[in-house]
Design a binder for this molecule. Structure first.
Ligand code: SAM
Length: 535
């Protein structure tokens, strides 16, 4: 990196090397945009994303090897020059069957590229692979050796002991330093490696995160970062319980010593000490004392419940992946929700796996076209789960949560508008459906939706507003709302809030038009869960 680089690599007493900032960055700022040394689609996404830029679509397969696909001639030409010319020749020569070429495991495919290109090999040279530790582990090492043998064979290069040993070492480095490139539509869509970004160590209370745009990885400040600070990212889901995090990090051969791990802090305790808490004054939880003083930060009884019932979401994700029907999905979510009754009774909504269960319940209602119920549960997620799990309002999951609410509002607003107003007050005997309908009728849903979208764009790095998928979708929906006729008065109030969100008038308006309404809907979300999922 050049002397003007925003990051530098320094030795670290216990972690090997570390990535440090050379200047300060506010939360949400892009520290650097990295161009990959290695970027490959996963096997599952090989025909649904471009092998060069990883953008989803309907890419066309390379007519020779049929094992790489590109969105257009530009991507194909760039990939040909960067990696594919040699890879294509080697794969066509060494593997007859096209389907088998496409089924090569992603790390093996990455290894083949590294074996064929000196530039990639050189880029990997200084990386940590924990080769000796891995070699000492029977099963894991056998898998690595098998992939190394395959990589040597399919690259058409040497297959002697020395070659396989070198390939196995490269594979260890690839595994220890690559990212799973996540796509919001497809999930894990690729493998990404860049040697400087790979110097970022892990913390379960990270101050930065990585977001992918096309071929590039953006390193984004999550907390305020000062010049000289170590930049730490999370290698695993830091909201998982401690044993699960330890298990995931064992692959990287270290034991995390961050505060969350050392003192086994729960999600509320970490939120309370986050340097980002005050940034929430313009969020759905503007009363930051709520974030600082949740009862689970001090009550030993609540802490015990969190420890006893927190669980990774993995088994739920796996089970849902093979369920097609909505009714079966509902059954599974109901049984998982009931299992977490102790958390629900104590309103410990932010404890894993509850946020994920709630999010999936909201999605389920949405698929069932019950947008009002989906919205109520999504509001509960956006106020009682996300801000505690991710205290920075710039966090991509916070922004995704806002978008979910805004998007659902665009459906409920249309439904409310098409109803003939009965204007019947809600009686004690009204159904939950009627209660939500009435609440929605009282809310200016278009304004609420518009303000949530403005918040998303406010928290998105300006220079990437046209590239980050969520920002692009938020902008499109906002444009649609701004075209609606007859909203001059609302628009003028919103414009004033947009220009100066911290003025007294704007804050009062925000409190009324956004915070109060989302809170009311979140309260209804609890009622929805109680009625439909508790028994
Ligand atoms: C992607 S590399 C990060 C750069 C690495 N420190 C180096 O010097 O090459 C991952 C490796 O860094 C080390 N590491 C990362 N985070 C750590 C942490 N919180 N504590 C101790 N070691 C850590 C582990 O050896 C891990 O396998």
């Amino acid at each position: 990196m050049s002397s003007s680089s925003p990051v530098e690599i320094r030795p670290h007493p216990s972690k090997g090397r570390a990535l440090h900032a050379t200047k300060s960055f506010p939360p949400g700022a892009v520290i650097f945009s990295f161009t990959p040394l290695l970027l490959l689609p996963t096997v599952a996404c090989l025909t649904s994303v471009c092998s060069h830029c990883l953008r989803p679509g309907e890419p066309r397969l390379c007519s020779r090897c049929h094992a790489a696909a590109y969105c257009d001639a530009t991507c194909q030409a760039a990939a040909w020059k960067a990696v594919h010319s040699r890879e294509c020749k080697a794969l066509t020569k060494t593997i007859r069957d096209e389907e088998r070429r496409r089924m090569l495991p992603t790390p093996t495919r990455a290894l083949i590229q590294a074996l064929l290109w000196g530039k990639i090999r050189d880029g990997l040279a200084d990386l940590e692979g924990h080769v000796l530790e891995k070699r000492a582990e029977g099963d894991e090492w056998r898998d690595i050796e098998m992939m190394a043998v395959a990589g040597c064979a399919f690259s058409g290069l040497g297959r002697g002991d020395q070659d396989v040993r070198m390939a196995a070492e490269m594979l260890c480095k690839i595994q220890n330093n690559s990212f799973q490139r996540f796509d919001s539509e497809l999930g894990v869509a690729g493998l990404y490696l860049e040697p400087t970004l790979a110097m970022a160590n892990h913390s379960c209370i990270p101050n930065a995160s990585v977001q992918f745009i096309g071929r590039n990885a953006l390193l984004i400040a999550e907390n305020p970062i000062r010049a000289g600070d170590e930049i730490e990212i999370a290698y695993t889901f830091y909201t998982d319980p401690l044993p699960k995090r330890r298990e995931a990090l064992a692959h990287y051969k270290f034991t995390c010593q961050c505060l969350r791990c050392r003192d086994n802090l729960n999600v509320y305790q970490v939120a309370a000490i986050s340097p980002c808490v005050n940034l929430n004054s313009q969020s759905l939880v503007p009363d930051v004392s709520k974030l600082r003083n949740h009862p689970a930060t001090s009550s030993a009884a609540k802490q015990a419940i969190v420890n006893q019932h927190s669980e990774s979401v993995e088994h739920i994700v796996d089970a849902l992946a093979v369920i097609e029907s909505l009714s079966e999905r509902r059954k599974l979510l109901k049984s998982e929700f009931i299992k977490k009754k102790a958390l629900v009774e104590e309103e410990l909504w932010a404890v894993t796996p509850l946020p994920d269960i709630l999010y999936r319940i909201s999605m389920l209602y949405s698929e069932e076209e019950n947008y009002a119920f989906a919205l109520a549960v999504a509001c509960l997620v956006a106020t009682a789960c996300d801000p505690y799990q991710y205290p920075s309002p710039y966090h991509p999951i916070r922004l995704a949560g806002l978008f979910t609410v805004a998007n659902l509002l665009s459906n409920t607003a249309a439904a409310t508008a098409s109803q003939t107003s009965s204007a019947v007050p809600v009686s004690n005997k009204a159904t939950l459906e009627q209660e939500i309908e009435e609440t929605l009728r009282e809310i200016d849903q278009a304004s609420l939706c518009q303000m949530l979208l403005i918040m998303i764009l406010r928290y998105t790095p300006d220079e990437y507003g046209t590239e980050i998928g969520l920002a692009v979708r938020a902008r499109a929906l906002l444009d649609d709302i701004e075209k609606l006729a007859g909203r001059e008065k609302e628009t003028s109030l919103i414009d004033e809030w947009r220009r100066d969100p911290s003025s007294e008038k704007s804050q009062a308006f925000f409190e009324f038009a956004v915070v109060k309404q989302v809170d009311a809907l979140a309260g209804l979300g609890k009622k929805v869960l109680r009625r439909d999922f508790e028994s």
